[in-house]
Design a binder for this molecule. Structure first.
Ligand code: PLP
Length: 230
């Protein structure tokens, strides 16, 4: 059993140190605890220690955990790949979606967001590694996508999410984030206040380049065995 309290504290300290090093305000970076493949029990433990935001990548697994943890005031974020025939339960059961990578997905989420819920917070996923296999908008499509999505009725466009190609070199990890941050800043759109940048392996670089939400799984819940969940 990993010591989730100790890890939460150490990640919190790590984030604060990175904020300070980047001369950013303390508290400007939020921790999203990525609980994919981990049992509801681990989520409950982190919740008990004060963590409220959790990220999931696999819809069925997420819905199962949400039912098990229904009595907790958790803010659920969907961060995984989205099939267009699965948008309805995502629109119904999450507060945030970081992985909006096609216009069609945004349209469906807006149409399917229940009227009694507040607008769904979304980030546009941008492909900053130019890999054909990775999902996400291209950087040069970003302005057009912001315009297309920002007035959709049941969505609240918040910013961008990126998953760069794995890169173990701390000195160059920040480069793709910097390009995307600059592109968003150039749009000068006050709605875009969220940069969902950074995972366990590139937390410092992401915070140095303006991350406002880091998505941390391994450093908090320990290594994942290869997942077969969908
Ligand atoms: C799994 C996952 C994470 C967490 O990655 P770690 O390296 O375990 O911190 C973050 N973002 C996305 C989109 C993921 O799928």
């Amino acid at each position: 059993m990993p010591d989730i309290l100790q890890r939460l504290q150490s990640i919190g300290q790590h984030i604060e140190a990175a904020e300070s090093k980047a001369r950013r305000a303390s508290g400007s970076v939020q921790l999203l605890a990525v609980s994919k493949t981990k049992p509801a029990q681990d989520v409950a433990t982190a919740y008990r220690y004060g963590q409220r935001r959790f990220g999931e990548s696999y819809l069925q697994e997420a819905l199962h955990k949400q039912r098990a943890l229904a009595c907790f005031a958790i803010e659920w974020h969907f961060i995984g790949p989205i099939q267009s025939n699965k948008t309805r339960p995502i629109a119904e059961h999450f507060s945030w979606v970081h992985s909006v990578d096609r216009l069609k997905i945004a349209k469906r989420l807006s149409e399917q967001r229940p009227a009694h819920l507040s607008p769904l917070n979304i980030c546009l996923q941008v492909n900053i590694s130019d890999e054909a296999s990775k999902s996400g908008f291209k950087l040069d499509e970003l302005a057009e996508m912001v315009t297309a999505v920002e007035d959709m009725p049941n969505l609240r466009l918040r910013g961008v999410m990126a998953i760069p190609q794995p890169n173990a070199d701390p000195a160059s990890q920040g480069i793709p984030y910097r390009r995307l941050h600059q592109a968003v800043t150039a749009l000068n759109n006050p709605r875009l206040d969220t940069f969902s940048f950074g995972m366990t392996g590139d937390l410092n670089a992401a915070i140095a380049e303006g991350s406002t939400i880091v998505r941390i799984g391994t450093a908090l819940f320990g290594p994942r065995s290869t997942s077969t969940a969908t």
